[in-house]
Structure formats: structure tokens, C-alpha cells
Design a binder for this molecule. Structure first.
Ligand code: AMP
Length: 539
């Protein structure tokens, strides 16, 4: 009798970035990495970029970098950053992408905590790093890319000279797919940022997922405009997926405002991009005459995407915006708002405006405060938990047991799930507004308010209230040339949300404070309110 349980006969092929690297450089040798300089555009083929990545690996090895060592990048999205994306993980080291917008003390913390031995730094932002140079305890070498003021960095090495000194090719070591390939820290609005280390395997699987037609279908016909910073959750997976499939990679460097982006789009004709709502809002308000017709789709996430923004993109530019959800801990893509089959065209927007449908490959559930699993009925609200091969299982050197529940990651997002797997986020757990014991969704209020023509941005926060414990306060940024009246905005909301959700407190601000990755920083708004720094109208 034969054994009923037999080992698989398939090859134990390691899922590493080395495979992605090798595939892109050979099969797609002619695809391009395009970098914007604000005026000109420089291009290199994948073959050329790969050859330079080999030299970078050689230079780093010569500086003493060995498998497992961390190499930090303090760079914009550009060709050199792509070279680092390829060289560092493939030589077995760990690519630590540093958020250039962190406060100095957080920046020093993540570099020290990550034990970065070498840093690659863009000369244009060298002064930001110079501010913390004397606090860095693990950094042995700083390699500077480009020209600029590098005073305050101490001894530096020049990127191009290092590459020029190396010869062609590099002998890459064998790598275990479960080793760390890259590391990102969460934006850490409270306390220290937490590190998430992606394995080769998780990046491989996440990249494969992003090439699926069921998700964002990245493919060789694409020209990907990589707006999301390469230090923010690996630019949502685009650099690796693009390299693997042979899509051209268009890098905007530091030119992320509406006008230069519109210029770059007109000149390079990307087919696909991803961005947070703040960037899309900027394009809508400051470059409404831009020609975006080359884009087949824009994926938008990182915070809730107002329905009005999607409609405006449809109408103004004829471009479809698709909402996605994820986080640093989820690599990030975990849900995408793809319209269920059979939906009538007039109902499509109702699905597109939701947070997203769980991706094949990951599993989600919602749990109540006691940890009991709640039904997928579109009604029950609970904390979203997630698990899967590209979801973090722990934080770097930080147990954080409160973030995990029976092998699932607790996302800190609160929402409901429809029977067909569509997720609707109503709030971050820490931003939830509880009025008289009932939840009010700040996300829903914001989305509705941002649909009003006189509202450029709206953030809603919970503030203490004697009678109800907490009530929503609306913080409004008026659209240019308008002066909206709170009573009018309240009337506008009245037909759209439950009556008891309507905010009594209104404040007008020049700008909603943002975190280092461009999200509304509600903590700052609550603190300003508590310190009596806001002019609040009560109605
Ligand atoms: P980060 O780790 O900085 O990418 O932030 C992840 C967080 O962004 C999530 O936990 C959500 O709170 C928020 N987020 C991302 N995408 C969405 C979305 N489509 N709707 C609402 N919130 C989102």
C-alpha cells in the first residue's frame, strides 16, 4: 500500500528578489527607468540599471556589507533608488528605506534601531540628515547621490565614483526566501515608529498579486508613474512588479506638486499610477487642464478616497480612480474596490466608493472589543484583522503582543464587511467618535463634506462633550475663492447622514495638518482644540 500522504514532487524554488531581478534584466532588457529632473528627463534601460546595480552590490561588499546587514536609503524616487532596490536585497543585505519626512529624533531612532551600517543619501536632502548625523551610532559610511550641500555629514563617499571603481557583474549569494529583504517603519503618529521587515518571499508573492488582472494588473504594456514614495511601503509594490513584468518605471524625484506632475505626465505618457488622495486633490485643484488621458487607471488609498474625488476625476480628466486599502504591515495591497460582476453601470460608483474587496491570497475578519468574530453582514462593526503570506507576523525587535490576535494582525481600522468580501472602513480605532455610546464615522462625514463645492478638505475629529461624552467637530479648508457658512454645510450634510451625526462645532483652517506620509493628523487637531487654539463656531 502506498502512503496516503506523500511529499510534493515540485521543485523547492526559492521565491527571492534575485529571481525578479534576473527576469527583468534579461527578458525586459529594453524596458526603461525614467527619472524626472524638473526640467529634463533621463532614461536608462533595465539592462543598464541592472549593470549599475551589480556595481553597487560590489561597492557595498567592498565597504563590508554582508548578508543580513542593513543599508538605509534616504532618497527620492529615482533611478539610483531603483538600483538600491535591486542590489541590496539581492546581495542578501536588507534595504531599509528611510522616510525623509520624519522628525529628526524619529529619523535618528529608526536608523539606530535598524542598525543601518551604510546610508545612501540624495545630495538635495543631505542637510536633513546632517541635522542628526552626530546621533547616529551604527552608520559607518555615507554614500551621496548627486551634487549638493553635504556639509555636516562628515566623511562621505560619492555614488558615481564608487560605481565607476567596480567592474561588471557581481557574484550574488544564495538566499533563503524567508530572510528579510527590506524594511520599512510605520509612520508612528504616537510613540516610536515600528519596523516591518518584508521577506523575499512576501515581496515575491505581493508582486505576483499586483500583476493579477484581479488586482491592478501591472504588465509589460504599462508605464508606471511611481508617485508613492519608495520609502512608503515600497511604493505600494510598483518598483518590483514593474521590473518583473517589464513595465517602464517613471520616477518623479522630488517634483510631486500638481504642475510638475502634469508636465511629467504630458511628456512621458504613463498608463498607470497610484497616489494618496491629497496628491489627486492637488492635481484636481491646481492642474485641472492637465492631460491625463494616457492613464488607464489610478489606484488611490492610504486614507479614505472621497466619492466626490472619483467623480471629479471621471468628469474632469476621464480617468478612473480605484480605491485600495492596505498598510505598511500588509506590504501594502490587501483590498481593492473592484466592482462585483453583474453590477449595473449606474451602481458601479457605490462599490468603487467603498474601501475595497479582500484580495485573493489574504484573509480578513472583524472582531468586537472582546475578540469575538463578527459576521460579514455589512452591518456589524469591529476591528479588522488580517492574515496572509504578505502580512507581517511581528514587528522588528518589538513584540507588540497587543497588535496580534490568534495569528491575525490587528489593523487598528474599524469597519464592516459585506457578504461578498467588500470592506468598509469607518475609522481608525483611535479616531473613532463615540457619541452617547454610539459610533459616528468620521470617514463618512469627511467624504460627504468633501463633496461640497466650497470644501477643499474636511477632517472630522471627536471632541469632549458634557452630554454625549464625545461629539464630532468639523475642520474645514475652504475651496479657493469661497467662504462657506457652517449652517449651510450642516444643511448640506443633513440629507446625507443620520441627524444625530451632524457636527455642532465647526472650525476653518488653512490646511489640515498631515503626517509624514500625507494623512490627516487628527491628533494635532485634537490637541489644538484642547489648547484652545482653534476658532470654533457652534451651531
Ligand atoms: P500606512 O501604514 O502609513 O500605509 O497607513 C495604513 C493606514 O492607512 C490603514 O491602517 C488605514 O487606516 C489607512 N488607509 C489606507 N487605505 C485606506 C482606505 N482606502 N480607506 C481608509 N483608510 C485607509
Amino acid at each position: 500500500m502506498t502512503d496516503l500522504i506523500t511529499p510534493s514532487t515540485m521543485q523547492d524554488f526559492p521565491l527571492t528578489i534575485q529571481h525578479l531581478f534576473g527576469h527583468g534584466r534579461t527578458v525586459h532588457a529594453d524596458s526603461r527607468v525614467v527619472t524626472y529632473t524638473g526640467e529634463t528627463i533621463r532614461e536608462a534601460t533595465f539592462a543598464q540599471v541592472a549593470e549599475r546595480a551589480d556595481r553597487l552590490a560590489g561597492a557595498l561588499a567592498r565597504l563590508g556589507i554582508r548578508p543580513g546587514d542593513r543599508v538605509g536609503t534616504f532618497l527620492w524616487n529615482n533611478q539610483e533608488h531603483m538600483e538600491a532596490y535591486l542590489a541590496i536585497p539581492c546581495m542578501g543585505a536588507v534595504l531599509h528605506t528611510l522616510n525623509i519626512r520624519l522628525f529628526p529624533e524619529q529619523l535618528a531612532y529608526v536608523i539606530n534601531h535598524g542598525h543601518d551600517r551604510v546610508l545612501l543619501v540624495d545630495a538635495s536632502i543631505a542637510p536633513l540628515l546632517a541635522r542628526v548625523r552626530d546621533q547616529l551610532t551604527t552608520v559607518e559610511h555615507i554614500i551621496v547621490v548627486g551634487e549638493g550641500d553635504t556639509s555636516g555629514l562628515g566623511d562621505i563617499l560619492d555614488y558615481e565614483s564608487l560605481l565607476a571603481a567596480e567592474s561588471e557583474g557581481f557574484d550574488y549569494p544564495e538566499i533563503n526566501e524567508r530572510e528579510a529583504a527590506a524594511m520599512c517603519f510605520t509612520s508612528g503618529t504616537t510613540g516610536h515608529p515600528k519596523g516591518v521587515a518584508y521577506s523575499h518571499r512576501s515581496i515575491w508573492l505581493h508582486s505576483a498579486s499586483t500583476t493579477s488582472a484581479q488586482t491592478i494588473a501591472i504588465n509589460q504594456g504599462d508605464r508606471l508613474l511611481v508617485i508613492v514614495p519608495m520609502f512608503h511601503v515600497m511604493a505600494w509594490g510598483m518598483p518590483y512588479a514593474g521590473w518583473w513584468t517589464g513595465a517602464d518605471l517613471i520616477m518623479p524625484a522630488q517634483f510631486l506638486q500638481a504642475a510638475p506632475l502634469a508636465d511629467l505626465i504630458a511628456r512621458t505618457k504613463p498608463t498607470f499610477t497610484g497616489a494618496v488622495p491629497t496628491i489627486l486633490n492637488d492635481i484636481l485643484h491646481n492642474a485641472a487642464d492637465a492631460d491625463l488621458s494616457s492613464l488607464r487607471e489610478i489606484v488611490c488609498g492610504g486614507s479614505a478616497v472621497p466619492r466626490s474625488l472619483m467623480v471629479a476625476f471621471d468628469q474632469t480628466f476621464g480617468v478612473r480612480v480605484t480605491q485600495a486599502w492596505g498598510m505598511t504591515e500588509t506590504s501594502p495591497l490587501a483590498a481593492i474596490a473592484s466592482v462585483p460582476r453583474g453590477t449595473a453601470p449606474e451602481d458601479e460608483l457605490d462599490w468603487r466608493a467603498r474601501t475595497g474587496r479582500v484580495l485573493p491570497g489574504v484573509e480578513i475578519r472583524i472582531c468586537d472589543d472582546a475578540g469575538a468574530v463578527l459576521p460579514w453582514d455589512g452591518q456589524a462593526q469591529g476591528e479588522i484583522e488580517i492574515r496572509g503570506p504578505w502580512i507581517t507576523a511581528s514587528y522588528y525587535l518589538d513584540d507588540a503582543p497587543e497588535k496580534f490576535h490568534d495569528g491575525w494582525l490587528r489593523t487598528g481600522d474599524v469597519g464592516s464587511i459585506e457578504p461578498n468580501g467588500f470592506l468598509q472602513i469607518s475609522d481608525r480605532a483611535k479616531d473613532v467618535i463615540k457619541s452617547g455610546g454610539e459610533w459616528i464615522s468620521s470617514v463618512d462625514l469627511e467624504n460627504e463634506l468633501m463633496g461640497h463645492p466650497a470644501v477643499r478638505e474636511a477632517a472630522v475629529v471627536g471632541v469632549p462633550d458634557e452630554k454625549w461624552d464625545e461629539r464630532p467637530m468639523a475642520c474645514i479648508v475652504a475651496a479657493e475663492g469661497t467662504d462657506p457658512d457652517p449652517a449651510e454645510l450642516r444643511d448640506y450634510l443633513a440629507g446625507r447622514v443620520a441627524k444625530w451625526w451632524l457636527p455642532e462645532r465647526w472650525t476653518f483652517v488653512d490646511e489640515v495638518p498631515k503626517t509624514s506620509v500625507g494623512k490627516f493628523d487628527k491628533k494635532v487637531l485634537r490637541a489644538r482644540y484642547a489648547a484652545d487654539e482653534l476658532t470654533v463656531v457652534e451651531i
